[in-house]
Design a protein around this ligand. Structure first.
Ligand SMILES: NC(=O)c1ccc[n+]([C@@H]2O[C@H](COP(=O)([O-])OP(=O)(O)OC[C@H]3O[C@@H](n4cnc5c(N)ncnc54)[C@H](OP(=O)(O)O)[C@@H]3O)[C@@H](O)[C@H]2O)c1
Length: 263
């Protein structure tokens, strides 16, 4: 199937590694022009070079902190100027810190709202004028299975990602008449660098093996394993592509069946 992404102009936020980098690579494999961003300039540059080397597609790296409003303005305007417009926006960011309610100070709530919710709001606000000029505009928010099934000691993610879903569903309704599609992916456990770091820390802390740590997290998942970042990315790219032209307002889990609710 031709996804129809050749020549499309894409911005994937938070994308020097992990889910964002995997999505950017997959868009580039489909012939799209891709802009990526992150805070660490060296890692961002290395990711851009590796995507270019593998795909031959245009990759535009912009150093930006998604918690800084001016950075988001600069990021989106430079991408729109460089590509002469924008067709697809993927909102993504680092995850908020873990913790229970008692462990979470007020400042952590404020910071998590900026990182998880307001980065998406600001990216969409800044990108919308360009998306409105596209004939195949799509927005994808990256959330988590935590919006369907709260995860223990991930209070901030459990709470604030729900607002991103409210934003996604509302925008699907408001922008649908203009032909702009808005969807969300709810990733489950995916073997990104962040998750590998978390596993390694637990191996050290509990004297377990990596396989034992993975098994703890996957024993109730029907597919009994974590996803690869590429498995997430293929769904992300499909949802944003013209091949998914009648899909909007959808909350798609990529979780190996982890969410057990019937709806
Ligand atoms: N992996 C999973 O199993 C999983 C499951 C459900 C949800 N999620 C969520 O999906 C998102 C991505 O997760 P991941 O596993 O891919 O994480 P990751 O491997 O740590 O990658 C995060 C990426 O975002 C960038 N980033 C982080 N904070 C940023 C900021 N303030 N401004 C700009 N860029 C920023 C990082 O680069 P710099 O550090 O250089 O900025 C990096 O490129 C997170 O919100 C995570 O909570 C992940």
């Amino acid at each position: 199937m031709d996804l129809g992404l050749s020549g499309k102009r894409v911005l994937v936020a938070a994308s020097s590694r992990g889910l964002g980098a995997a999505a950017a690579l997959e868009f580039a494999r489909e012939g799209a022009k891709v802009a990526i961003c992150a805070r660490n300039a060296d890692r961002l540059q290395a990711t851009a070079e590796s995507i270019r080397a593998e795909t031959g597609s245009e990759v535009f790296p912009v150093v930006a902190d998604l918690t800084v409003p001016d950075d988001i303005e600069r990021l989106t305007s430079s991408v729109i100027e460089r590509f002469g417009g924008l067709d697809i926006l993927v909102t993504n960011a680092g995850g908020p810190p873990s913790g229970t309610f008692d462990e979470t100070p007020q400042e952590a709530w404020d910071a998590a709202v900026q990182l998880t919710l307001m980065s998406a709001v600001r990216l969409i606000r800044a990108a919308l004028p360009a998306l409105r000029k596209s004939d195949s505009a799509a927005i994808l928010t990256v959330t988590s299975v935590s919006v369907k099934q709260p995860i223990r000691a991930l209070l901030l993610s459990n709470s604030i990602r729900m607002a991103v879903i409210g934003l996604t569903k509302t925008l699907a309704e408001e922008l649908g008449p203009e032909g702009i599609r808005v969807n969300s992916i709810l990733p489950g456990w995916t073997r990104t660098e962040r998750v590998e770091e978390l596993l390694a820390a637990n191996v050290k802390r509990y004297g377990t093996t990596r396989e034992e740590e993975i098994a703890k997290r996957t024993q109730t998942i029907p597919l009994r394993r974590m996803a690869s970042p590429e498995e997430f990315a293929k769904v992300a790219v499909f949802l944003c592509s013209p091949a998914a032209s009648y899909v909007t307002g959808a909350m798609i889990p990529v979780d190996g069946g982890a969410i057990k609710a019937t709806l």
